[in-house]
Design a binder for this molecule. Structure first.
Ligand code: FAD
Ligand code: NAI
Length: 475
């Protein structure tokens, strides 16, 4: 007889492994199946996020930022460096080690929480009286049964039609994180989150970087004022961003890649580079899941169809994270994982989509939560805005990084915070205060009246909240 579980989670990324842990905490007998392999063929839990996403990209962003500071910023602090050098192999090895620490951490967490781990691909076989039979195809093959199934199979990089990734010259986010030597010239297609983060890494390390973006607007989902400020900063750093382009033929050969494109004015252009990173979004992943075997409904994008509580078209089958609708973010996947485990336990798990923060880990960092000014205008909501520049913040001056601002948007009548937008140093950390405030339905005045440590970057948050009422103290 096959092994029986209360809950079987397919996929061990941030959605899946967190769902498995929460379900185990709630007293269920839980299995998690994940197929990711490390370089030695062993398991590598954590999914895209840990292996080729959030974690390794942040490791390289940190290393490359240190290098840039050592080369350019330290002199201002009176620190002289001679013979500054770069060891890309060591930088990549450090990144791989950070990834491994995270992989191993999840193995430990599974043991601690008594989650049974199966290394291999999980696919639906059929519904049975005991729930659903799931075949695990790994080194060995076996079938396990779950009363409840949580699908968390994530997403894959989208390739340009007719231009598959070879991970040598034409790179997805995977290859982009392991380029062995700094390319002289690098192009990225797509100036979204990956384009800006990976473009920043390789620019800081010395590559001449061009980003080609189809849309005429830079970071269309970001508050316009913030996006404008960010674009100004990136341009100053010589990260070349061309908007409104139409990419044509791409040829890859021994000497590198040539990209034909039409610029915003309709002019024919071509770009010769050593490497090309394609970062034009991601597609939900249901490859090999056997969705058809049980008639699990997918939409036209290939995402698993779910309701607002992550219920699929099948009873007792749930789906979470990148494989369903909504933003493709690790913390969104995690929140859905916790909520689904709690719903299975008869509790009232909840994910508030209005307060999911976004962060782009460039320099300056960009972070936001809630509605943008353009969204508020489009919806006709009466609002008040307040901004405060880091230029007027003592801690930012001491750090030597005064780029950017904090911006609050609050309801004109009630003063409830509707959105907070930031561009500047360490705003990835500052945004949490805004998320907490919005979860508690705080007003801008609530933040303005709270004591913030001095000197700290968080004072810019307080001052921007004061600015909503036109009473900044330091600007
Ligand atoms: P995934 O992390 O994709 O995990 C899915 C897992 O399921 C994988 O391990 C896969 O091997 C496994 N799997 C798939 N099918 C099967 C099957 N049939 N059987 C067994 N196993 C299977 N988000 C952020 O919030 N912050 C960031 O800073 C950030 N940076 C990113 C940087 C990059 C370069 C990329 C590409 C993404 C980044 N993201 C970031 C997005 C984030 O990685 C994803 O939103 C997140 O990983 C989604 O989690 P998930 O659990 O849904 O899927
Ligand atoms: P993205 O959706 O952020 O950006 C894709 C960009 O490519 C868009 O600006 C789009 O207009 C452009 N584009 C699409 N087709 C194009 C074409 N043919 N030619 C030129 N431009 C084109 O997608 P990206 O950067 O690939 O990242 C995928 C997802 O991964 C993100 O949306 C995000 O959810 C997640 N991610 C999150 C990070 C974070 O939270 N810090 C970091 C990296 C990724």
């Amino acid at each position: 007889m096959s092994k029986q579980f209360d809950v079987v989670v397919i996929g061990g990324g941030p959605g899946g492994y967190i769902a498995a842990i929460r379900a185990a905490q709630l007293g269920f007998n839980v299995a998690c199946i994940d197929e990711w392999k490390n370089a030695k063929g062993g398991p590598a839990l954590g999914g895209t996020c840990t292996n080729i996403g959030c974690i390794p990209s942040k490791a390289l962003l940190q290393s490359s930022e240190h290098y840039e500071h050592a080369g350019h910023a330290f002199a201002d602090h009176g620190i002289k460096i001679e013979g500054l050098g770069l060891d890309v192999a060591k930088m990549l090895a450090r990144k791989d080690n950070v990834v491994k620490q995270n992989n191993d951490g999840i193995v430990y967490l599974f043991k601690k929480n008594k989650v049974a781990f199966f290394h291999g691909r999980g696919s639906f076989v059929k519904a049975s009286d005991a729930g659903y039979e799931i075949k695990v195809s790994g080194e060995a093959e076996e079938t396990i049964t779950g009363k409840q199934i949580i699908v968390a199979t994530g997403s894959n990089a989208r390739a340009l039609p007719g231009t598959p990734f070879d991970e040598e010259n034409i790179l997805s986010n995977d290859g982009a994180l392991r380029i062995g030597a700094v390319p002289k010239k690098l192009a990225l297609i797509g100036s979204g989150v990956i384009g800006l983060e990976m473009g920043s890494v390789w620019r800081r390390l010395g590559a001449e970087v061009t980003v080609l973006e189809a849309l005429p607007t830079f970071l269309g989902a970001v508050d316009e004022q913030i996006a404008k400020e960010a674009l100004k900063a990136f341009t100053k750093q010589k990260l070349k961003i061309e908007l409104g382009v139409k990419v044509g033929e791409i040829k890859s050969g021994k000497k590198g890649v040539s990209i034909a494109y039409t610029d915003a004015k309709g002019g024919a252009q071509s770009l010769e580079v050593d490497k090309l990173i394609v970062s034009i979004g991601r597609v939900p992943n249901t490859i090999g899941l056997g969705a058809e075997a049980v008639d699990l409904k997918l939409d036209e994008r290939g995402a698993i169809v779910v309701d607002e509580e992550c219920r699929t078209s099948l009873p007792n089958v749930w789906a979470i994270g990148d494989v369903v609708r909504g933003p493709m973010l690790a913390h969104k996947a995690e929140e859905e994982g916790v909520a689904v485990a709690e719903r299975i336990a008869g509790q009232h798990g909840h994910v508030n989509f209005n307060t999911i923060p976004w962060v782009i880990y460039t320099s300056p960092e960009i972070a936001w939560v809630g509605q943008t000014e353009q969204q508020l205008k489009a919806s006709g909501r009466a609002y008040k805005a307040g901004t405060f520049p880091f230029l007027a913040n003592g801690r930012a001056r001491a750090l030597g990084d005064t780029t950017g601002m904090v911006k609050f948007l609050a309801d004109a009548a009630t003063d409830e915070i509707l959105g907070v937008h930031m561009v500047g140093p360490m705003v990835s950390e500052l945004i949490s205060e805004a998320v907490v405030a919005m979860e508690f339905k705080a007003s801008a005045e609530d933040i303005a009246r709270i004591c913030h440590a001095h000197p700290s970057l968080s004072e810019a948050t307080k001052e921007a909240a004061l600015a909503v009422d036109k009473r900044t103290l330091n600007f």
